[in-house]
Design a binder for this molecule. Structure first.
Ligand code: NAD
Length: 339
């Protein structure tokens, strides 16, 4: 069993912990918090040993009747891999600690590519992650872009990509963030950082991205256009997306035309936390006009990177060397039912 520690038990960390816990070849040795919170209580209820970044705060946890297993340093000493899901920027400051402990570490998309020197997506470069000590799983938007670009490039060859990200304002529980009544250009300049980030995983793609933030919490919506080298047929694209383990087709017959309906659908499917780990591509939006491909895809920001972290653990620890096999184990352990 691969022993996994999760440093930072927030939106991403708590989902990675549950996903790791569901795998047959991994176990959660601990999760960490900085102060007592609803999530700290949940960690205790789920039986995850709770460690704290600053051990001098142990008293505060004890007063809140939350048992502390030790410091983050202690947690890392018991782990083969640490998944760092601390807020963007904090993860990089933990690198020295991981280096000293000689532990493998995975960072999230809030950190720069340089934190690990290698950016990961299971569908694109799993084999290059085999045996690595440090890996960064790219952000939710970049993960969604990488999956669909790689799938289309394998099928038809992609000459260029133009994509606009309509981004959620905040995660559902983040009461302090987000525009209340505005569309915020994020950034106002073009391109946004997403295109260059895709290049850290799929080099040599001509890609320009634009982004804006809107007052919604559940998902991002991508408007994607690609120029193909050889014109694709819609039925071939539907078949390839239908067969892809991390792409889900939102069927026209469901009548779903919004992220709100998609969230309700995910909930009714019985997905934990209504999580959608796959790219949700609207079947009816797929269009091929000349050599140009178009689609809308919804990306659940809290969920799509979770399964990538699980695969990254397998690649780095070399317990599974075949990407398709790791993806299969991850998906089936989570009960990844088709949307
Ligand atoms: P979050 O704020 O929800 O959770 C971070 C957790 O880390 C919190 O529980 C906090 O208590 C804890 N923490 C803070 N400082 C710490 C420290 N020094 N040591 C240990 N724990 C500490 O953040 P998040 O949204 O889960 O984001 C985590 C990372 O994942 C970021 O890099 C972010 O960019 C990336 N990411 C977030 C999303 C998303 O939509 N939320 C999607 C993809 C990637």
């Amino acid at each position: 069993m691969i022993r996994v520690a999760i440093n930072g038990y927030g939106t991403i960390g708590k989902r990675v912990a549950d996903a790791v816990n569901a795998q047959p070849d991994m176990e959660v040795v601990g999760v960490s918090k900085t102060k007592p919170s609803a999530e700290a209580y949940i960690a205790a209820k789920k039986g995850y040993p709770l460690y704290i970044a600053d051990i001098s705060k142990k008293e505060v946890f004890t007063k809140a009747e939350i048992e502390v297993a030790g410091s983050v340093g202690d947690m890392i000493d018991n782990a083969d891999v640490v998944v760092d899901a601390t807020p963007g920027g904090i993860g990089a400051s933990n690198r020295e600690m991981y280096e000293k402990a000689g532990v493998k570490a995975i960072w999230q998309g809030g950190e720069d590519h340089n934190v690990a020197g290698f950016s990961f997506n299971s569908s694109c470069n799993y084999n290059d992650a085999i045996g690595r000590q440090f890996v960064r799983v790219v952000s939710c938007n970049t993960t969604g872009l990488c999956r669909v670009i790689k799938a289309m490039d394998d099928l038809f060859g992609v000459r260029k990509v133009r994509a606009t990200m309509v981004r959620r304002g905040s995660d559902p529980g983040e009461v302090k963030k987000g525009p209340v009544d505005a569309v915020v250009l994020n950034p106002v300049t073009i391109p946004s950082h997403h295109g260059p980030d895709v290049l850290t995983v799929i080099p040599d793609i001509d890609i320009v991205t634009l982004a804006m933030i809107v007052p919604t919490t559940f998902m991002h919506m991508h408007v994607i256009q690609m120029d193909l080298e050889s014109g694709g047929k819609k039925e071939d694209i539907l078949k390839a997306f239908g067969d892809h383990p991390r792409i889900g087709l939102v069927k026209g017959s469901t009548g779903i035309k919004s992220t709100a309906e998609l969230k309700e659908y995910a909930s009714d499917l019985g997905r934990p936390r209504a999580d959608l780990w796959e790219n949700c591509i609207f079947e009816d939006s797929i269009a091929v006009i000349g050599s140009e491909f178009y689609c809308f895809q919804a990306i659940h920001q809290e969920a799509d990177v979770v399964v990538e972290n699980v695969d990254a653990i397998r690649a780095m620890t070399e317990i599974v060397k075949d990407p398709a096999e790791s993806i299969r184990i991850t998906n089936s352990s989570l009960g990844f039912n088709a949307i």
